[in-house]
Design a protein around this ligand. Structure first.
Ligand code: WTA
Length: 664
């Protein structure tokens, strides 16, 4: 998508409000600044003068079995290496070290189930379960370097599974619980996973969805997959295949309770996480050990101003996304935080469940996505107002641009104008937060992620000349390596270079977002420039959804776009051509939505389906998505002269008008 059409979408968000707020700044209260971990703006200059030294100082905060010999090896860009020669273990840093230091009784997670179940897990308890499960994995034949798939809901065992993998050096490949079993299979196949850890059933707003049985339907013939471990979470009956499937509880009980953390090379792979790119095939983002942990621990400490002795921190994301990896699991545990982990949705059993949780556990730091805030605005302030939210002292936002209206509501209704808001911009690829306020230093502007974190270098580049832009809009790039950066795309090195390092060379990381720099140098991230859509903070590729849609037997061709949406940020709209003389009706729409749910997951189902006899294509046969976006957003059509058949557009416009009238 061109930057121009994106900015039109951005401007629609809050129109005048945005420009009004561009000049207004919000300072943290004096009391907050006084006690903040970082309150001297000099930290930016200090880090900029010696970024490698700054990151080295952050790495010193971790426990190393052996210190590095070189902080940054940049001899072969874009294949950077950090802390070479050093050895450490992520699970040791997240667990053992706190227990050894006498913090074993501290709660790591207050887990809360959908039906009000509660489970507090201390650091000592978590360590003990992780050691056992790590032993059990070894007994199943998993060794360092073997990929382990994890497909679990928001239950404590997902954290145990991740840390147990980290303990023995088996890279995990977590798949978000909202993905379908078929999507899991694909990710297991691409990564050649040896073991998959899943669950009997998962809670979904008062119902239980069978998980293991769905997995069985698609996983049977996957050659690389040797074992399936099943957590008995909901007591759902499921088939267990002799010789392949084992229950988590059984192998845990039989396992050696002692499993020392393996010293691993700083560049040992920690995990693969599949995310969406421009093509239908998801990208396997690879993160390694030392640099990743350095990045997530430092950003978690300073962006959230974490005081582990007194804070109760809650990241309301799902562990299946990178936000969960970095800011539910690795960052908070490495920093010895006490966190809340919530199993369910924000509106079950009722629309005040989040606020009930904040009150009950005395949450001081809340980190969530704008889409959740917009849902809360829609439900009304009466829900949060029923609860005492005075424990909150800092609020965070992640996953998509936060529109000023949502920012202000968050600030007023949830934060009672007392809590600084950190709007954190980053990606699966960056591993850790890259652009964000530091709450004790930065004056914020609603809708702007403000400035790069110390030691991070961002620029906005002109789309055509590639020159840095002082004030104005262009392509966002990161110009220096950072410790938590992705190391490659798993098994796709060429694609790694092509996607991120072709446009501006091997030393400049192309983000894939458009951004604007204002006159004060504040960065405003606008949205993706590639064919990636962001639905409720869930990253999806249009190509992925298209290929799911064409799997429906009636469909001949499909084009998918992201359309601006009040609730979800963007919504998926599909333009579909059916086979031969077929006519689409409500049942075809349902059939297509069902096919997408099966292939990817329910969250990827198109919100609107528009029938068309043909798609707007150039003479060379390329679909012109720009025109589809213009049509869907009701904008005046741009240049249509390059179309093979301009009449297609008139027909489409009429279709969209008719559909809109029906929806109203
Ligand atoms: C978008 C999620 C504006 C952006 C951590 C990015 C944001 C993509 C913000 C990455 C933000 C994330 N403001 N846009 N604060 N945070 N994005 O990989 O388009 O799921 O490229 O990582 O989300 O999505 P991902």
């Amino acid at each position: 998508m061109s930057i121009e059409s994106r900015s039109a979408v951005g401007e629609e968000l809050d129109g005048e409000l945005a420009s009004l707020l561009e000049v207004e700044r919000f300072e943290a209260p004096a009391k907050f600044r006084e006690h903040a971990l970082l309150s001297d703006p000099g930290v930016y200059d200090h880090a900029a003068a010696d970024p490698v030294g700054w990151w080295e100082a952050q790495a010193q905060e971790l426990e190393w079995f052996q210190k590095w010999t070189t902080v940054l090896d940049d001899s072969d860009p874009p294949f950077y290496k950090w802390f070479t020669g050093g050895t450490l273990n992520v699970s040791y840093n997240c667990l053992d070290r706190h227990v050894i230091a006498g913090r074993g009784d501290r709660v790591a997670f207050h887990w809360r189930g959908e039906e009000g179940e509660e489970r507090d897990l201390t650091y000592a308890e978590l360590l003990s379960e992780v050691e056992r499960f790590a032993s059990a994995l070894k007994e199943l034949g998993v060794s360092a370097g073997d990929v382990v798939g994890i497909y679990l809901p928001m239950i404590p065992e997902v954290v145990v599974a991740m840390l147990a993998c980290a303990r023995i050096g088996a890279p995990h490949n977590v798949v978000f619980g909202g993905f379908s079993a078929e999507a899991v299979r694909e990710r297991m196949e691409f990564s050649e996973a040896k073991v998959l850890i899943t669950v009997d059933g998962a809670a979904r707003k008062g119902k239980t969805a069978a998980v293991k049985d769905r997995v069985d339907e698609v996983m049977g013939d996957l050659a690389s997959l040797e074992r399936i471990v099943v957590v008995k979470s909901k007591g759902t009956a499921c088939q267990m295949q002799e010789g392949r499937d084992v229950y988590y509880e059984d192998i845990l009980a039989a396992a050696d309770p002692v499993c020392p953390a393996e010293p691993l090379d700083a560049e040992h792979p920690l995990y693969i996480l599949y995310t969406s790119g421009s093509t239908a095939k998801p990208k396997g983002i690879l993160h390694t050990t030392g640099g990743y942990l350095t990045g997530v621990a430092a950003t978690h400490r300073y962006v959230f101003d974490l005081k582990p002795d007194s804070d109760v921190y809650w990241c309301a994301a799902d562990v299946g996304w990178v936000t969960g990896h970095s800011y539910i699991v690795y960052g908070p545990l490495c920093n010895g935080a006490t966190s809340v982990m919530w199993e369910g949705a924000p509106d079950y059993p009722s629309k005040d469940i989040w606020w009930e949780i904040v009150e009950r556990y005395g949450v001081t730091i809340l980190y969530c996505a704008p889409t959740a805030i917009r849902a809360c605005i829609k439900w009304g302030a009466q829900w949060p107002n029923k609860h005492d939210l005075s424990s909150l002292r800092l609020l965070g936002s992640v996953g998509e641009p936060i529109n000023p209206k949502a920012w202000l509501w968050y600030h007023k209704v949830i934060g009672a104008e007392r809590c600084p808001i950190v709007d954190t911009w980053w990606q699966t690829e960056t591993g850790a937060i890259m652009i964000s306020p530091l709450p004790g230093i930065t004056a914020t502007k609603p809708g702007s992620a403000t400035q790069p974190f110390p030691g991070v270098f961002a620029e906005v580049r002109d789309e055509s000349t590639g020159e840095p832009i002082e004030e104005g809009q262009g392509l966002l790039v990161l110009t220096h390596p950072w410790p938590s950066m992705l190391r490659t795309l798993y098994k796709e090195e060429e694609r790694f270079i092509e996607t991120y390092f072709k446009r501006f060379g091997t030393e400049t990381y192309l983000v894939g977002d458009a951004a604007r720099r204002d006159r004060d140098g504040y960065i405003w991230v606008i949205g993706r420039i590639d064919d990636v859509v962001n639905v409720s903070g869930h990253r999806l590729s249009t190509a992925e959804v298209e290929s799911a849609i064409v799997a429906h037997t009636d469909v001949a061709e499909a084009a998918v776009i992201g359309q601006h949406d009040e609730d979800s940020g963007q919504a998926i709209v599909a333009f579909v051509t059916l086979q031969g003389e077929l006519q689409g009706d409500d049942s075809t729409v349902e059939g297509i939505r069902e096919t997408v749910a099966e292939r990817i997951g329910k969250f990827a189902r198109p919100k609107r389906i528009i029938w068309t006899e043909d798609l707007p294509k150039t003479r060379s046969g390329k679909i012109m998505r720009r025109l589809l976006r213009d049509i869907a957003d009701g904008r005046a059509l741009g240049d249509v002269t390059t179309l093979r058949d301009p009449a297609v557009m008139q027909q489409l416009e009429a279709q969209v008008k008719e559909l809109s009238a029906r929806e109203e």
